[in-house]
Design a protein around this ligand. Structure first.
Ligand SMILES: Cc1cc2nc3c(=O)[nH]c(=O)nc-3n(C[C@H](O)[C@H](O)[C@H](O)COP(=O)(O)O)c2cc1C
Length: 176
């Protein structure tokens, strides 16, 4: 894994055309962009489903709209592609376990205490913020589908965010 502290001060850049042979470098370049970490949850006929996602982004304040993208390769893709309602949970720095749990396959809800909203969408506890969403649009994004959603309810708590960059977890170190 790439460690920032080991990086030389040299900022000369390596330019390349992304393609099947350059996937590692392309992923590395994308990984220089630090993000927060979310878990997106929904309900299906087979029960609750969740997935760890760092593709979450704010889009519009009025109306309130957010987006995230789901990989077509994921076994959880059919559940999220169809769902009309879902909840996005922004994780705190103390929730790495939750991020790992929902990145793994399977029934991550087993043994996990959670609540449900009026639409039956699973709501996780102890997160920094939460957006209860209704599907607004879904766009083709290559090997992902971009899910655009209207936020019907937002929740907010205090705490330190969990960050993800260069394939690893970290915390926010404020400069100013
Ligand atoms: C920090 C982190 C962020 C992730 N972000 C996304 C994402 O935005 N979209 C996505 O489809 N998968 C994302 N994944 C991968 C999924 O959580 C999951 O591991 C993957 O879809 C494989 O699921 P499957 O085992 O059901 O096939 C992320 C994983 C991690 C650890």
């Amino acid at each position: 894994m790439y460690h920032f502290a080991d990086a030389e001060p040299d900022r000369s850049m390596k330019r390349f055309v992304p393609g099947p042979e350059r996937q590692r470098e392309f992923r590395d370049a994308l990984g220089r962009f630090a993000t927060g970490v979310t878990v997106v949850t929904t309900i299906t006929d087979e029960g609750p489903v969740g997935i760890t996602a760092n593709s979450f982004s704010s889009v519009s304040l009025e109306p309130p709209i957010v987006l995230w993208s789901i990989g077509r390769h994921s076994r959880r893709f059919p559940a999220f592609e169809r769902c009309e309602r879902f909840a996005v949970h922004v994780l705190g720095a103390d929730q790495i376990d939750l991020s790992r749990r929902f990145a793994r396959s399977g029934d991550a809800f087993t043994g996990l205490e959670h609540d449900r909203n009026e639409d039956g969408v699973p709501l996780l506890r102890g997160c920094l913020s939460r957006f209860e969403c209704e599907r607004f649009a879904a766009h083709d994004g290559g090997d992902h589908v971009i899910m655009v959603a209207r936020v019907n309810a937002a929740s907010l708590a205090n705490g330190e965010p969990l960050l993800f960059a260069a394939g690893g977890y970290g915390r926010f170190d404020r400069f100013v």
